[in-house]
Design a binder for this molecule. Structure first.
Ligand code: BGC
Length: 719
């Protein structure tokens, strides 16, 4: 419990961001200074002109009505004799225009900060300085700041601090929780790769990489000079700046200069961009005037893939960038347009790849904690977490509640993901049981279908895959995951075992032998809902051929497509799809210069046109889910259910003549795992490094492996 109060400026400042200030004098030797801060909004704390900590957009985004993270900074080294502590507050996700769907959530809200500084002196005495009505307030140079709409900063503005803070009406502290997720930080700085002059006569800086973050500008200017930038992810087919796909997100970047040399970067908003159009700038822009600062949650990279195929390598890099760009405190769908929401369906589709690429434990602990508190009484899971709206509770979206904890348990071997989420997992399954119109099936609900499936009725974003097939398949999968989790936790799950058997039986009775789309084949194969996997796989392959050897899947089918092919003896077809360069395919965007994953297989069409501006993100990680096939099948690095967290590994690499060399490595709590293969004089050589005793299945033969390095060729183990 803090002694401080939540405070706001006494006068409403409209769009202008308020500053709060406290001056204090120290006259004794100090042994420590600990600052705790949080905000309803986003804040930046500055002590004696120096930024406190490196958390950008603190306190992050949570289900604010229930949980707001409180940050702690050790600021001992920043303390002087005379001190000025200021807090700059912007609307952020709390009150900004983050939700275009409803204004309701803003009712009764106002932005506020809370801060408490604990000064411990060498003589053991303690002073506490907390936000209260003695703090001064002022308008700041940040004249406007919003997540979607960007910012306007006036560097010439002089704060006067003639106002006072008032204690918020809503002064409770029960929502404050210790910092739970990783901090959002500035991770990289990219220099321009080119300054372009487009056919339309515009000056556009190309950073060579689609990122999430903001530009830092550095310029010598005169008072009142203006800088105005615009953002885009792509150029159109004529090489012109194009950002109609940002929809209503204004993404303003307007800066009014003071006199002299100045460096500025925003810190209370962010943009998704590769290109920056220079609408106004005091000098002819040069590369040294602008840098792109990459911002995302602090994550340790754990997985790496390198191959002999440059396009595949680029795809892997794009998958990583897709994750970085969208793991900004929550797993978002995209970082640029007026959305940037924690869409559950996208998060579950990508989580396996995510867990290979980076250590996402803390990241998901926080997000799942929000999911837990946002789950509705009925057991329904809102479509986006934090739940700025609750949505339709679609299958494959709500199932994030079972799929994510299970994957985290498998990757990290930590049962607490399951124990923490078990009730929510059950409640979701019970919810389906309570709303379905047909026992053992999930019928009658609303769904997003196989979102963005390629073949779709005109004007529709859902393909032809039947709602009730998807819904029932995920109902089966979620109930199975409840059973698995219950077994790990030693909880009686007989009710869910019965339910699962019933759903499987009903699914088979209703759908077996009548699968009409690729995804309709994929789901029963992957979720074990068919008695005749051979026939279904054969029929899937026939359908892929009939579709011109092309995938047709959307968000729901795509993550499992290559798995069901390789699981059923069709790995060469899976490789063909993986390596295909023409639309539709994973490499098609790469051939078009993509640096992140696209929302649509044809975000930029072969004829140069854009998919409709109304929904066309070039940084949407969902189709990056193919990364887990690259780790798990190409390199064959798999966790084992009986010894999760890679305490044992099951290596099952499947090589192909289409690629000369493939290597993946993975840092685990047990050590580094590597798996690679290459072709040498007509034979494929596999090399596996395992830090733990493991099993391997290589070219049809099983091996027990000791910890160490192992080499296989000509169908035998040679080292
Ligand atoms: C988002 C998706 C999301 C979907 C729901 C879109 O607007 O960008 O990624 O899953 O809505 O179908």
């Amino acid at each position: 419990m803090l002694k401080a109060s939540w405070v706001e400026p006494e006068n409403n400042m409209g769009d202008v961001c308020p500053l709060f200030r406290k001056k204090f004098h120290i006259n004794k030797s100090i042994s420590s200074a600990l600052l705790r801060v949080s905000a309803r909004g986003v804040y930046e704390a500055v002590l004696n002109g120096r930024r406190v900590g490196c958390f950008v957009l603190a306190p992050g985004w949570t289900a604010y009505e229930r949980r707001i993270q409180l940050q702690e900074y050790d600021i001992t080294s920043l303390i002087e004799e005379d001190n000025t502590l200021t807090l700059l507050l912007a609307k952020g996700w709390y009150m900004g225009s983050i939700d275009t769907y409803t204004e309701d959530r803003l009712k009764g809200r106002s932005c506020a900060v809370i801060a408490e500084l604990t000064l411990t002196y060498a003589d053991g005495s303690v002073d506490i300085i907390g936000t209260d009505n003695t703090w001064q307030t002022s308008q700041s140079g940040l004249r406007f700041c919003d997540i979607y709409h960007g910012m306007i900063f006036d560097a010439s503005f002089e704060a006067d601090f003639c106002g006072n803070a008032v204690v918020s009406v809503n002064n409770g502290q029960d929502t404050l929780i210790p910092q739970q997720g990783p901090e959002i930080i500035e991770n990289e700085r990219l220099r321009p790769v080119e300054i372009l002059h487009t056919p339309a006569g515009e000056t556009v800086v190309d950073f060579g990489q689609n990122i999430t973050g903001y530009p830092e500008i550095s310029v010598t200017a005169e008072l009142g000079d203006r800088i105005k930038l615009s953002f885009a992810e792509v150029l159109d087919s004529n090489g012109n700046f194009y950002n109609a796909n940002y929809r209503t997100a204004k993404c303003l970047y307007e800066y009014i200069c003071r006199d002299g040399q100045q460096i500025y970067r925003p810190s209370l908003t962010f943009y998704g961009f590769r290109y920056v159009r220079i609408d106004e700038f005091p000098v002819d822009i040069r590369p040294e005037n602008i840098i792109a600062v990459v911002v995302h949650s602090e994550l340790r990279q754990t997985g790496r893939i390198t191959t002999s195929d440059p396009l595949l390598n680029k795809l892997f890099q794009n998958i990583l960038w897709g994750q970085k760009g969208n793991y900004l405190d929550i797993p978002s769908d995209c970082p640029q347009r007026d959305e940037r929401l924690g869409w559950t369906g996208d998060a579950q589709a990508f989580i396996r790849t995510a867990c290979y690429n980076y250590d996402v434990r803390r990241f998901f602990t926080k997000w799942l904690s929000d999911m837990r508190v946002e789950q509705l009484k009925s057991g329904a899971i809102p479509d986006v977490i934090p739940a700025v709206f609750t949505g339709i509770h679609s299958p494959a979206w709500g199932d994030a509640v079972t799929i994510c904890p299970w994957q985290l348990y498998m990757t990290y071997g930590d049962r607490s993901f399951l124990s923490f989420m078990f009730d929510s997992m059950k409640k979701w399954v019970d919810y389906i049981t309570s709303v379905t119109k047909d026992k053992g099936l999930w019928t009658g609900g609303k769904t997003y279908g196989d979102w963005l499936e390629l073949k779709a009725p005109k004007g529709h974003r859902k393909g032809y895959t039947r709602d009730e097939l998807i819904a029932t398949a995920f109902y089966a999968y979620s109930s199975e995951l409840v059973c698995k989790a219950g077994r790990v936790l030693g909880i009686d799950i007989s009710k869910y075992e019965e339910l699962h058997s019933e759903i499987v039986a009903r699914f088979k009775a209703v759908f077996e032998d009548d699968f009409r789309t690729q995804t309709e084949h994929i789901l029963p194969l992957y979720f074990g809902l068919t008695d005749r996997p051979d026939r279904v796989a054969e029929s899937l392959v026939a359908m892929i051929h009939a579709d011109g050897d092309k995938l047709q899947t959307g968000f729901v089918g795509t993550p499992y497509l290559l798995h069901v092919l390789s699981n059923n003896g069709y790995s060469e077809i899976a490789y063909e799809l993986l390596l295909r360069k023409d639309f539709p395919s994973w490499l098609y965007p790469v051939t078009k210069g993509a640096t992140t994953m696209w929302e649509h297989w044809d975000g930029l069409k072969p004829n140069g046109e854009m998919w409709s501006a109304e929904m066309n993100s070039f940084n949407h990680y969902a189709y990056g889910a193919v990364g887990d096939w690259m780790y798990g099948v190409c390199a064959g690095i798999n966790p084992v259910e009986q010894a999760p967290g890679f305490a044992r590994v099951h290596f099952a690499p499947i090589s192909t003549e289409r690629i000369d060399f493939f290597r993946a490595e993975l840092d685990t709590d047990h050590g580094k795992i590597c798996s690679e293969w290459h072709h040498e004089n007509g034979v494929t050589v596999y090399e596996i490094t395992t830090p733990v005793p493991s099993t391997a299945l290589i070219e049809g033969k099983n091996y027990e492996l000791r910890a160490g390095v192992h080499r296989f060729e000509n169908n035998k183990k040679v080292v």
